[in-house]
Write a protein that binds this ligand. Structure first.
Ligand code: GUN
Length: 282
């Protein structure tokens, strides 16, 4: 039987409606808007498109959004100075630096510079450390969104075998940690993993976040597994996931599409994180 295609857009929309109410309440009470500052360096088309989309979604939710589109030639010092200015600006609640950054800028230095309490992407190692220890912190948006999807769909995480494909700091590693904190038995797979297929065939939940179209094929998926596709690759101006959707859909029990899947939850969790950065929790 074909999988249930998880309606992430609808889950995201419902959450955003609740967040909008809280955003309005904040504005009424404080006489100012909650504000996200986003920085993008260089004109990578995929990054520009993601940032524009984030901005649109934030504004629709009632946030103020300031985007700094800096040229590729921006120095590390100039970027650090801007981050310091935003850290000190009381009217800015969240700071997001889009990655990848140009090669001459050290992403670790930038991550360290973002104020812990405004770090809506969980880039700062203090937040990342808290995340891995299971302490309360601003959680990275895509992993947080994936966990929310699994919970909304009442998918049993406790005791499940979960495979995470991809080991990025922004999705793979943190989503593996969150799955572990929710009592899954987690295997992290990456480009050097031997027998990827064997590992995936044993997995009840497969989360892919690599950015390689059709990496996950139907023969790798256990009958009835839940498949979450967090891959995003722009192919001829279209967003494509990691999963061979047309064939995997016939084998999985539930699957997220691309587009209209995890991405809509990422932006929704970003809005939620701006609220959390301002001390407002759900
Ligand atoms: N680049 C790709 N995805 C993301 C994301 O979620 N946040 C940031 N800051 N950069 C990204």
């Amino acid at each position: 039987m074909a999988a249930l295609i998880i309606d992430c857009k609808s889950i995201a929309k419902n959450i955003r409606e609740e967040l909008k109410v809280k955003i309005r309440q904040y504005e009424d009470k404080n006489g100012q808007k909650l504000c996200l500052a986003t920085i993008i360096v260089g004109g990578d088309p995929a990054s520009v498109s993601y940032v524009r989309n984030k901005e649109k979604v934030c504004i629709e939710a009632g946030l103020k959004s300031i985007t700094y589109e800096l040229p590729e030639s921006t120095s590390e010092k100039e970027l650090l100075d801007l981050i310091k200015k935003l850290n000190d600006d009381e009217t800015v609640h969240g700071i997001l630096v889009q990655v990848p950054l140009p090669k001459h800028i050290d992403e670790d230095k930038i991550a360290n510079a973002i104020a812990v309490n405004k770090d809506v992407d969980c880039f700062n190692p203090i937040n990342a450390g808290k995340l891995y220890r299971g302490e309360r912190c601003l959680m990275p948006c895509t992993p947080k969104g994936i966990l929310r999807i699994l919970k909304e769909m009442q998918i049993e995480i406790k005791g499940a075998r979960a495979a995470v494909v991809g080991r990025s700091n922004i999705v793979g590693k943190p989503v593996a940690a969150l799955m572990l904190h929710n009592d899954a038995t987690v295997t992290i797979c990456h480009s050097k993993t031997k027998n990827l297929k064997d590992i995936l065939l044993e997995s009840d939940i497969v989360i892919s976040a690599v950015g390689k179209p059709k990496l996950i094929t139907a023969d790798m998926i256990k009958e009835g597994a839940v498949v979450i596709d967090a891959g995003t690759t722009l192919v001829e101006e279209k967003l494509v996931g990691d999963v061979d959707f047309e064939n995997v859909v016939k084998k999985a029990s539930m699957i997220t599409p691309v587009p209209g899947g995890v991405g809509s939850m990422t932006t929704t969790m970003l809005i939620e994180n701006v609220l959390e950065a301002a001390g407002i929790y759900g």
